[in-house]
Write a protein that binds this ligand. Structure first.
Ligand SMILES: [Zn+2]
Ligand SMILES: [Zn+2]
Length: 218
């Protein structure tokens, strides 16, 4: 069997998550308040983690890559993972590295446990797989003039309110991609999943940077 060659690595290199299936399941950009808030929380943890200028200025969304939830994580890296939600009833759960505040990966009930999302503006992603951006999500969360400019410029479909548009072809394709069964080969070599890693740790509720994330252009 060949070694899995795809992995996620934090910015300082201390924390690594091996992806047992290197194939990208989807690629989106997200403009939502919550992604912005998580990015700002990460920025508050370590110098150098600030949002990319284009994201800060609403020229593009956070770059999100989606992979099968079939992982290998050694003890040293497990120790460095902290799991959090923005609020107790939030959908997303996020794994952040405590060494340097990198957003390593996250999950959402929509993925049905089969997929993890990775903020590629924060986490270093190594894979041979690539996909063009397939959707720009949550344009409803950025100022109108920036949303209008993005619609003009974007080569991918722009979705305004994701939860109101789950029946659109763009969202149906996304849900189909993130709920696809995990390949047998990846399942066979995986030693853990996001949920299993999360269950072994306390879940933190961290709603820092709430106002800043929703305050519009600075
Ligand atoms: Zn680190
Ligand atoms: Zn988002």
């Amino acid at each position: 069997m060949t070694e899995p060659e795809a992995f996620l690595e934090c910015r300082c290199g201390a924390c690594r998550i091996t992806l047992c299936d290197p194939a990208l399941r989807s690629h989106t950009q997200c403009l939502c308040f919550d992604c912005r808030q998580r990015g700002l929380i990460s920025a508050s943890r370590s110098p150098g983690n600030s949002l990319p200028d284009a994201v800060a200025n609403f020229e593009r969304g956070i770059d999100l890559l989606y992979f099968a939830n079939a992982l290998i994580v050694d003890e040293a890296s497990r120790d460095l993972l902290e799991f959090s939600k923005l609020t107790a009833d939030a959908f997303n759960t996020t794994a952040m590295s405590t060494c340097c505040g990198t957003l390593m990966c996250g999950t959402h009930p929509l993925y049905e446990g089969r997929t993890i999302s990775v903020n590629a503006d924060s986490c270093c992603v190594t894979t041979t797989s690539s996909l063009p951006v397939q959707a720009v999500a949550f344009a409803c969360d950025i100022p109108d003039e920036h949303a209008a400019a993005l619609v003009q410029r974007s080569t991918a479909p722009v979705v305004f309110s994701v939860y109101d548009e789950l029946e659109s072809p763009t969202m149906k394709a996304f849900v189909s991609a993130v709920t696809a069964p995990i390949a047998a080969g990846a399942s066979a070599i995986a030693t853990t999943s996001f949920e299993e890693l999360c269950a072994a740790k306390p879940l933190t509720i961290d709603n820092a940077c709430f106002v800043e994330s929703r305050s519009g252009p600075s």
